[in-house]
Design a protein around this ligand. Structure first.
Ligand SMILES: Cc1cc2nc3c(=O)[nH]c(=O)nc-3n(C[C@H](O)[C@H](O)[C@H](O)COP(=O)(O)OP(=O)(O)OC[C@H]3O[C@@H](n4cnc5c(N)ncnc54)[C@H](O)[C@@H]3O)c2cc1C
Length: 490
């Protein structure tokens, strides 16, 4: 039985392990941290439970499709609740828009802000749905080997949307600044500015307004646990506290891994760790991409996160609340164009205990605060503190309550932690952005061009950042490995 060694236990690695085990391979996952899940790990303290990374469960169809590949449904492993409202966007004191759980209700909210906008929204969403059907049901399941994968009648008819941007398309139709921000928000998950994201990616708006936002009970970590359980049921061995130090090579092929000075034999190595880091585990001549290549890439943002236990219930917020009360353009310039600590940051807050009583003690609230940042910034405790004070000042004013005195504890996580905990390039949080020049076959390859039996998966590869793409990436990498093993000559 062929032995497959997988580096890392993020969503992409876990997904790939399931497909490979089902194909009859002997699969072992080696994870450097104490727990599985990678960026989607969980943090628990004093009866509070926090998702350390992803909190938005979008595109439920992708999760269903993943589990269906194994004859399962998500609810075999976790229960899911559709959120209503999905989220709230705050623009100022007593100035917010609530996004509810159906397009009809969202259209009403749009019409109230900008008369005539609901008809425009209908048209916009029809295009978003078409693109969703093309992209998420088909294109993203292609391995990014050749541009021809993208060329078909449907995509060619959409070619103009690859050369226009989300920003332009939205602004052509909508004039109200709040509605523009709401429609530009979903593509932030893809890691680039809306003004640099192809208009074709409006399928994210379909995911947002039509498919909705869900909450798995106990948080996103339930999904990690579900896939790890499925992997074990299929025969995968998962080992934690296993820091891979080297990918061992002989005659241009990998022979396995070096972990804690011990050699682990493997016929194929798959890495779900950050691509740049994985290549540093190889001798230089076997790396495909130079330092210069990575330097020139547009990375998705990093983040400054706070996990806060509150001694009371927080009011005037929803499970997901976005604080868009400051200049979006300035903040995004400070992330992408002139990287620096933001002058006045937008931020996001999540209170999962609004929906899920299991994640905080009774009458208390679990709060997660996230500020997107440029990767590679100088990260020191004093700066983290300064930003915590900044967002707390605004949070208290915008939601009309005092919260600082009710903090039982707060823990922060930022660039240095992304580097230490995940070997993340420059401390990026979401991998490599999906810009026009970093889409599909233009992204780092799933199969090494220099080491025959070395493969890659995860948010720096195809299709890109996010949990649903990570699941797809794992499936694609597993498919290429199976093909390689079927076709190889000894
Ligand atoms: C703060 C934050 C918020 C997010 N919010 C959302 C959201 O709301 N919704 C959504 O869909 N997505 C979200 N994402 C994105 C999503 O979490 C990621 O795209 C996805 O989890 C990435 O999975 P992955 O498999 O590519 O990699 P990772 O999760 O990074 O896994 C890589 C693994 O490799 C391990 N590793 C690294 N080096 C080594 C080594 N040498 N030896 C052994 N192991 C090693 C790491 O420890 C890690 O476990 C968010 C991400 C972050 C960070």
């Amino acid at each position: 039985m062929e032995r497959i060694a997988i580096i890392g236990s993020g969503f992409s690695s876990l997904a790939a392990s399931c497909y490979l085990a089902r194909a009859g391979k002997n699969v072992t996952i080696f994870e450097k941290n104490e727990t599985v899940g990678g960026r989607a790990r969980q943090f628990k303290k004093l009866g509070f439970t926090f998702d350390m990374g992803p909190t938005w469960y979008w595109m439920p169809d992708v999760f269903e499709r993943f589990f269906a590949d194994f004859g399962k449904v998500p609810t075999d492993y976790y229960s899911l609740q559709k959120l209503n409202p999905a989220y709230r966007v705050v623009f100022g004191p007593d100035n917010f828009i609530t996004i509810q759980d159906s397009l009809a209700k969202i259209s009403e909210a749009f019409e109230a802000e900008e008369p005539g906008s609901s008809a425009k929204l209908k048209k916009f969403m029809a295009s978003a749905q078409e693109n969703y059907n093309i992209a998420i049901k088909d294109l993203v399941y292609r391995p990014g080997i050749s541009p021809l994968e993208l060329a078909n009648f449907k995509t060619l008819s959409k070619i103009n949307q690859f050369f226009s941007t989300i920003s332009k398309e939205v602004r052509n139709e909508f004039k109200n600044a709040k509605l523009i921000s709401i429609l530009e928000f979903p593509v932030l998950f893809l890691g680039a500015k809306p003004s640099r994201t192809p208009a074709f990616y409006n399928f994210m708006n379909y995911a947002d307004f039509e498919l909705g936002t869900f909450h798995p009970q106990n948080g996103m970590y339930s999904v990690v646990e579900a896939i790890a359980t499925l992997a074990k049921e299929l025969g995968v061995t998962i080992k934690t506290c296993q820091n891979v130090e080297k990918i061992l090579l002989e005659n241009g092929r990998t022979k396995g891994l070096l972990i804690n000075n011990e050699k682990i034999d493997a016929d194929v190595v798959l890495s779900g760790a950050d691509y740049h880091h994985t290549e540093t585990l190889l001798e230089e001549r076997f790396r495909q991409y130079s330092e210069n290549y990575w330097l020139k890439k547009t990375f998705a943002p990093s983040a400054l996160l706070f996990y806060v236990g509150f001694d009371k219930k927080i009011i005037n917020v929803n499970h997901h609340t976005l604080f868009f009360d400051v200049d979006f353009n300035l903040h995004s310039q400070e992330i992408y164009d002139a990287p620096q600590w933001p002058t006045e940051p937008l931020f996001y807050a999540s209170f999962p205990s609004k929906t899920d009583s299991a994640v905080a003690p009774q009458e208390k609230e679990a709060g997660i605060f996230l500020i997107p940042l440029a990767p590679g910034l100088h990260d020191i405790p004093e700066i983290r503190e300064e930003y915590f004070e900044n967002i707390m000042d605004r949070f208290e004013k915008l939601t009309g309550q005092e919260v600082r005195k009710s903090i039982i504890f707060k823990e922060s996580f930022c660039i240095n932690d992304f580097i230490t905990d995940y070997n993340s390039y420059k401390g990026n949080a979401y991998g490599l952005a999906n810009t026009l020049l970093q889409t599909a076959f233009l992204r780092p390859k799933l199969k090494s061009g220099k080491v025959k039996n070395l493969f890659f998966t995860g948010q720096l590869t195809v299709p890109g950042p996010g949990v649903p793409p990570a699941l797809i990436s794992g499936k694609l990498a597993a498919g290429l490995i199976e093909k390689y093993l079927d076709e190889r000559t000894f």
